[in-house]
Design a protein around this ligand. Structure first.
Ligand SMILES: *Cc1c(COP(=O)(O)O)cnc(C)c1O
Length: 459
């Protein structure tokens, strides 16, 4: 498979190059030149084990014969504590697909457990090394650290805003003591961390000297690995209900998770529609309802991993929505950079996208959904998942069962669970065990020079 840029400026790349590059050099995002139609393989795929299904799907997007694919996929999904990896659970009127059985209890593990191993294999082939620099507001940092810890060809530097991630999230990162893991508590905000990261990636001599790599969700391998659970979940739901199609509800921040569903739909998986759910930070649901993608201010909520206004993966969707036309994509993204807004016209049927329905849920609705699902169905939703469940609850269908993606284990957000239920219900032995574990972390000022010097000293 060849990879091209959404902005049309780069020569086609191979799969391995696209994974190592992360982004296109022309500022666009890398996408597969063709989205394969797999309609005639669905029957053969429907009973595959998760790792086998992952292999069947992933190989279509690579050059097909990479020796490391099989092993890296098997190993990545062996770290999950559930034999189905992404099991489907019935909760009242919906299915919940639990994506949180990986090492850090959030769905980021699905992609990052594989990406760490994929990087390692590609680096071994090239006899090279990589220094990963990441900024995190919570879940990405710990998942990336778990994917990379102990791998000899890689170091990882993770910046988090000091005192502004939850104590549990901080412990999930700082209790990892491997020599190749460096936690930096930056005396500033998440925006400061992200600005430092962007500046260091733009410092080309520094970037080249240290072979700097990125693990954020614009990396194609992250999206690719997430396509798999849409197939797996749809097969399970169709088997249990006898339905011929399904719909998915996806709590959304950077548009990474739902984009994978969009690819699954384009590949021919019978998805009736995708239900996009946001919290109060609703730039994406406003877009799908009005056609206008315009910046608002980021408001902190109880589903912090969705407190995002500029969705880094949106450009991939936009490219397809604009007729796979790179020049229209460039124009739209330029308008957005200059004015903070871009517009897409309604289609002939009067909607932005007939197969995408969007809505948002506020804090009170999210807490009420957690409470109601616990008392009615004895099922505990984390606040991110609850946003998706709430939006889906008004959009249920008789023909197509609804699968709500569960993106985190509720024990990661104990305060929201207490606020919703009045009880201290959310525990997980893995998180409880972190309480007394030793930690390692260095505090640095929110300064580019300080972070640059830190990396220079360690590499
Ligand atoms: C990252 C994250 C999300 C948002 O996923 P996107 O791919 O950014 O849309 C939702 N829930 C949880 C728990 C997350 O960690």
């Amino acid at each position: 498979m060849a990879y091209i840029s959404t902005r049309g400026g780069d020569a086609p790349m191979r799969f391995g190059e696209a994974v190592m590059a992360g982004m296109a050099r022309d500022g666009g995002l890398l996408i597969p030149a063709i989205v394969p139609d797999v309609t005639d393989r669905l029957e053969a795929w429907k009973d595959l084990r998760y790792a086998d299904l992952a292999h069947a799907i992933v190989r279509l997007f690579t050059d097909g014969d990479e020796a490391y694919l099989r092993g890296s996929i098997d190993e990545a999904y062996a770290t999950f504590r559930h034999p189905d990896v992404a099991p489907l659970v019935e909760a009242g009127p919906v299915f919940v697909q639990e994506l949180f059985h990986g090492p850090t209890l959030a769905f980021k593990d699905v992609a990052l457990q594989w990406l760490g191993r994929l990087f390692e294999a590609l680096l071994a082939e090239a006899d090279d090394t990589l220094n990963i620099l990441a900024a995190t507001s919570g879940d990405t940092g710990s998942a990336a650290i778990q994917g990379v810890r102990g791998r000899p060809r890689m170091r990882i530097f993770v910046m988090h805003p000091r005192g502004r991630v939850s104590e549990l999230q901080e412990r999930q990162m700082t209790t990892v003591l491997d020599d190749n893991v460096f936690n930096l508590a930056v005396e500033g905000s998440f925006d400061d961390c992200q600005a430092i990261m962007k500046t260091l990636f733009a410092d080309l001599p520094f970037k080249d000297r240290h072979h700097l790599g990125a693990v954020n969700s614009v990396n194609w391998a992250r999206v690719l690995s997430q396509i798999v659970y849409y197939f797996f979940g749809a097969f399970r739901a169709m088997e249990r209900t006898g339905a011929a199609s399904v719909q998915f509800a996806i709590p959304t921040g950077n548009f990474g998770n739902i984009l994978a569903g969009y690819y699954a739909m384009r590949m021919g998986l019978p998805i009736r529609r995708l239900i996009l759910a946001t919290n109060e930070n609703d730039i994406l649901s406003r877009f799908f309802n009005t056609g206008e993608y315009s910046l608002g201010r980021v408001a902190p909520t109880i589903s912090p991993s969705m407190d995002i206004q500029v969705a880094s993966n949106f450009e991939r969707y936009l490219y397809y929505r604009l007729g796979s036309d790179p020049s229209r994509t460039v124009d739209s993204m330029r308008a957005f950079a200059q004015t903070g807004a871009l517009r897409v016209d309604r289609g002939l049927n009067g909607v932005i996208d007939a197969r995408m329905t969007a809505g948002s849920a506020n804090t009170a609705e999210t807490l009420e959904t957690i409470r109601a699902f616990h008392s009615s169905y004895d099922y505990l939703l984390d606040p991110h998942t609850a946003v998706g469940v709430k939006v889906a609850s008004g959009l249920l269908s008789d023909e197509a069962p609804t699968i709500c993606l569960a993106t985190a284990h509720p024990a990661k957000f104990p305060q929201a669970i207490r606020d919703a239920t009045g009880r201290d219900l959310a525990h997980h032995p893995m998180l409880d065990a972190l309480k007394d574990a030793p930690t390692r972390c260095e505090t640095v000022p929110a300064s580019i020079d300080a972070v640059r010097a830190f990396i220079d000293e360690r590499v």
